[in-house]
Design a protein around this ligand. Structure first.
Ligand code: UD1
Length: 422
């Protein structure tokens, strides 16, 4: 297994380009199953999760053509199977989202229940309830969901119990080919949902209201081909900005819409960063200062994202003062805490494991560490950057699921980091 070796102490400085958003691209790959013609998706990041999704489409008999710039052309009409097997779905929860498009287009689907990061049970009840509201018949056995809609899906009314990103996207996709109008209420409002809706509309769907509480979808008979460029990855961009702030550095992230990161930029300003931002770049400068501790509660967009919780905790570890971080989206998303404490951080978890109080120390100490999920692993990279001495991070296949060329990007910003191949 590859590991990352970091010699701490560098102050990050320079420029980088944000990659395309994995969480947008993955859903578009599923949505491509709705079309009768080829679709082309560009600005797709080169990541393990993307490769898994391509393998999944391949296992359905769907032809996927990739060029050297990662433009991905998907021909759903070559499909030969409607079964997404456990081996592929278990590694990535987003692959569960092929269920709705298969069902909407072909009237049948069999998809394994998902796996994904080890962050809580992550059920799919909202997805299944939504599909049932559109007339799907659903059975579950042997770890598989078997769904059918012999005479097609019908428009319906769904009120989600809470804002779910995957649930909103899943039912929004399925409703595109349903007969009649579907109204979705209490929807998640993440930028990736707006991006997916724009992709669906280019394919001929009639989706209105994405990014708001209520989404309405007027079903169409068929969907065609299109080309679409995926939006930039706000979580990746946010990770580099937090890393730069933690090291007292100065960086510019290009090709990122600052509106997608407002809650994060507010926290970085509170930590002492001066920030200049517009529709396609963000510049952050700490002028060599130690960050000030920040407190926050994760919540659905536009509030502070759970996917940047672990990273800002790494910043708090070396900040001046004490901060409290409360996680409300996922259970068991503090797996980085024990590893950070092994590096000399002073973090205390409350008895429910939902809040952490972080008392800043002037410096962490390098150590061998590992983590069991994507964002926790990358937070240890930030901890390694601000630590004295060497940090070796094990199990970095988690990082490879979501960060394109992380060591190259950080090296270009002046970090001492390299991959140790096994
Ligand atoms: C997506 C993102 C993930 C991010 C998360 C929250 C992708 C591929 N992943 O995940 O990076 O951290 O949004 O911003 O886009 N839940 C249920 N029942 C359901 C659905 C969800 O109980 O049917 C729970 C989940 O267990 C979790 C919470 O709701 O505790 C939020 O989940 P959701 O918003 O659906 O996240 P994902 O779409 O899985």
């Amino acid at each position: 297994m590859d590991r990352l070796l970091i010699d701490g102490g560098a102050v990050l400085s320079g420029e980088l380009r944000a990659s395309g958003a994995k969480n947008s691209a993955l859903k578009m790959f599923a949505a491509a199953l709705l079309a009768d013609e080829p679709v082309t998706i560009s600005n797709v990041p080169h990541l393990r999760d993307i490769t898994t999704m391509i393998e999944l489409l391949g296992s359905l008999g769907v032809e996927v053509v990739i060029d050297e710039k990662m433009n991905i052309e998907i021909h759903a009409n070559t499909i030969t199977s409607f079964k997404a097997p456990y081996e592929l779905v278990k590694t990535m929860r987003a692959s569960f989202n092929v269920l709705g498009p298969l069902l909407a287009h072909y009237g049948q689907a069999e998809v394994s229940l998902p796996g994904g990061c080890a962050i809580g049970p992550r059920p799919v009840d909202q997805h299944l309830r939504g599909l049932e509201a559109l007339g799907a018949r659903i059975n579950m056995s042997d770890g598989y969901v078997r769904a059918s809609a012999d005479s097609g899906l019908k428009g319906g009314h769904v009120v989600f119990d809470f804002r779910t990103v995957g649930g909103t996207e899943h039912i929004m996709m399925a409703a595109c080919l349903a007969d009649g109008v579907t109204i979705l209420e209490n929807c998640a409002r993440e930028p990736e949902i707006v991006d997916l809706a724009s992709f669906l509309n280019k394919m001929g769907a009639r989706v209105e209201g994405a990014g708001e509480d209520v989404i309405s979808i007027t079903g169409v008979e068929s969907m065609g081909g299109c080309s679409h460029k995926v939006i930039a990855d706000r979580v990746e961009a946010g990770t580099y900005l937090i890393a730069a702030a933690a090291t007292g550095g100065k960086i510019k992230v290009k090709d990122i819409n600052a509106m997608h990161l407002e809650s994060v930029l507010d926290k970085l300003r509170e930590a002492g960063a001066s920030i200049k931002a517009d529709h396609d770049s963000i510049e952050l400068e700490m002028s060599g200062h130690r960050p000030k501790a920040v407190s926050l509660v994760t919540a659905p967009y536009p509030d502070y994202p759970t996917d940047l919780q672990a990273q800002i905790m790494a910043l708090n570890c070396v900040a001046e003062g004490t901060g409290r971080i409360t996680e409300t989206i996922f259970e068991n998303r503090f797996m980085h805490v024990h590893e950070m404490n092994r590096m000399g951080a002073r973090i205390k978890l409350d008895s429910n494991n939902t809040s952490a109080v972080i008392e800043g120390v002037s410096c962490l100490k390098g150590a061998p560490v590992m983590a069991n999920d994507l964002r926790a692993s990358v937070s240890l990279v930030i901890a390694g950057l601000v630590a004295d001495g060497q940090t070796i991070i094990d199990r970095i296949y988690h990082i490879d699921r979501g960060y394109e060329q992380i060591e190259e990007k950080l090296q270009n910003l002046g970090a001492q980091i390299k991959r140790l191949e096994s």
